[in-house]
Design a protein around this ligand. Structure first.
Ligand SMILES: Nc1ncnc2c1ncn2[C@@H]1O[C@H](COP(=O)(O)OP(=O)(O)O)[C@@H](O)[C@H]1O
Ligand SMILES: [Mg+2]
Length: 406
């Protein structure tokens, strides 16, 4: 099997998917913007060949270069697990007649207005929303939708340029900050808890399912630096309270004609117990969500995704053993990390339930918490009992503090 995998080195977890592909017997042809010589050695061992392109986001240019590079070789799959490249992968598949989701299908997972229109057409609950291209359209949409509302880029990520607004005046303030955004989605604000619904699908049917709880919802986590965002996979994901979400999510996959691979959906559970669609991508969640899923069931979804993508089979256990909680920390102050307080006590208190501790060490420069949910590092802890996992996660959120300065 010859597999073209776009950007196997970045974001860093792509190296794990590349490993998975190699482990299930694929010959991996990697395409990225780094020189081959700067690729990690561990990654190089999993690649059959490598093409460096000058601009990975320039679709027309990449299509020309990759087609030229692979001329005369039969390609079986073209895959991408990073959001900005899913359309490019579909374009390459269409150009070469390789099986997999079409460009039109993938657009339903990429364009936030189109996805809601398609999901709504299937009779499922989505926020009322409109596509807007300028301030005038945004104000007109706001008149129809009402406040509070959310305005966000049509093809955004990581809550960037996303605003909750309560009035026309606040909308104008938000629009002024969104100058670089050419198309936006203006939508009804949905009150409630926010969850993920993640799958590995075979022909649109989940071979694997996961729900994780956002504490708090991503927009709040990205709006307040003092928050330590917590995300916990829900071991008991088929409990009655979450059933509407499971049903909604499965129907969304059918409505959008999902094929093979990962999906990452977000949805809201309203105080009345109704599930409302948020958004969906045909790729895995980032920020270590796949690691959390792996810790939930002691499995390797990097490899199982590859097995599905290449052979159409999923062989891991779907038994859920733990609630796996990740806690992202943000240091107080600017510049370099100077010290971490409370870590030793937290590690001792949680003992064997801690599975990862990856806080940035003193001396390291802080990350930009608005740019990356990874913030200044994370701890990951798991427990079979929800309340215990939740307690240990929030202990890390409140009792571990990181400091920076100078
Ligand atoms: N209609 C909505 N109602 C309430 N909150 C929303 C709505 N749309 C987005 N949000 C909040 O903004 C966050 C980011 O929006 P989302 O559509 O998920 O874009 P991104 O691609 O940036 O993740 C969501 O996780 C949620 O917290
Ligand atoms: Mg989102």
């Amino acid at each position: 099997m010859r597999v073209v995998f776009l950007s196997p080195s970045y974001p860093p977890e792509m190296q794990q998917y590349t490993r998975g592909l190699a482990e299930v017997g694929a010959e991996v042809y990697g395409v990225g913007d780094q020189p081959a010589s700067s690729l990690p050695r561990s990654l190089r061992g999993h690649l059959k060949d490598w093409l460096q392109v000058p601009r990975l986001m320039d679709e027309a240019d990449v299509i020309e270069r990759v087609s030229h590079w692979l001329r005369g070789r039969e390609i079986d799959r073209v895959l991408a697990n990073w959001e900005p490249l899913v359309i490019l992968a579909a374009k390459l598949r269409e150009r070469w007649g390789v099986p997999g989701m079409s460009v039109d299908t993938v657009r339903g997972f990429r364009d936030k207005q189109l996805m809601k229109e398609r999901v709504k057409a299937a009779g499922l609950r989505v926020p009322r929303s409109e596509r807007v291209r300028n301030d005038h359209e945004a104000r007109a949409a706001a008149e129809r939708i009402g406040f509070p509302l959310v305005i966000k880029p049509i093809a955004g990520a990581g809550s960037a340029d996303t605003y909750r607004v309560e009035s026309m005046a606040e909308l104008d303030t938000a629009l002024a900050k969104m100058r670089g955004v050419t198309e936006a989605s203006c939508e009804e604000y949905i009150t409630g808890e926010e969850f993920t619904f993640d799958t590995v699908c075979i022909n649109g049917r989940p071979a694997y399912e996961n729900i994780a709880s956002y504490l708090p919802k991503p927009l709040e986590a990205r709006s307040n630096e003092w928050i330590s965002p917590v995300i916990i996979t829900v071991r008991d994901m088929y409990q009655a309270r979450l059933k509407p979400g499971v049903e909604l999510a499965r129907n969304v996959l059918t409505a959008l004609h999902m094929g093979d691979g990962f999906t990452h959906m977000e949805w809201f559970l309203t105080p009345k117990g109704e599930a409302v669609f948020g958004e969906i991508g045909c790729r895995p969640g980032g920020a270590h969500l796949v690691d959390q899923m792996n810790y939930t069931g002691d499995i390797d979804l990097f490899r199982e995704w590859a097995r599905v993508a290449v052979h159409g089979r999923f062989e891991a256990s779907t038994e859920r053993k733990y609630n796996a909680a990740i806690v992202f920390k943000r240091a107080l102050g600017q510049g370099r990390i100077t010290r971490i307080d409370g870590l030793g006590a937290w590690l001792r208190a949680c003992g064997p339930w801690v599975v990862e501790e990856q806080l940035l060490r003193p001396g390291t420069h802080r990350r930009d918490w608005k740019q990356t949910l990874l913030s200044d590092g994370h701890v990951l802890v798991r427990h079979p009992d929800w309340d215990e996992a939740h307690r240990m996660a929030f202990m890390a959120a409140t009792d571990i503090t990181m400091h920076a300065g100078g």
